[in-house]
Write a protein that binds this ligand. Structure first.
Ligand SMILES: [Zn+2]
Length: 116
């Protein structure tokens, strides 16, 4: 397992890869989750997500995010907990009028984050 998705990643990945040492022993991830208390990989192929720093800070606080960059990387688990947190508080996304999708009132427009 892993080979197929890896190949796919290599094609899909554009620029921002691995700024850190390649200490890949357990899982060959390249992107670390930027949440300090978390040690997971945030590679896309295992469900990682990119998110703007400000949004991450809303949940973890400035001291909970390890890097202050425009977009931080979240592992699947952290992204989930972020989503959970955000669901609790009605914010700007609660405009349930419309989206391009139309049929998913609860979905956060995650897609826009993914695209460079
Ligand atoms: Zn994480």
């Amino acid at each position: 397992m892993g080979f197929k998705s890896k190949a796919r990643k290599n094609r899909g990945e554009t620029s921002k890869v691995a700024l850190k040492d390649k200490d890949s022993e357990v899982y060959e991830g390249q992107i670390k989750c930027d949440i300090i208390e978390c040690n997971n990989w945030a590679d896309k192929i295992i469900g990682g997500r990119k998110m703007s720093y400000n949004r991450a800070v809303e949940v973890w606080g400035t001291s909970g995010v390890s890097r202050k960059v425009g977009k931080v990387s979240l592992c699947k688990t952290c992204y989930r907990s972020w989503k959970k947190e955000k669901k609790g508080e009605p914010k700007q996304w609660t405009s349930k009028s419309s989206g391009p999708l139309g049929n998913a009132p609860n979905s956060i427009p995650v897609r826009s984050f993914d695209q460079p």
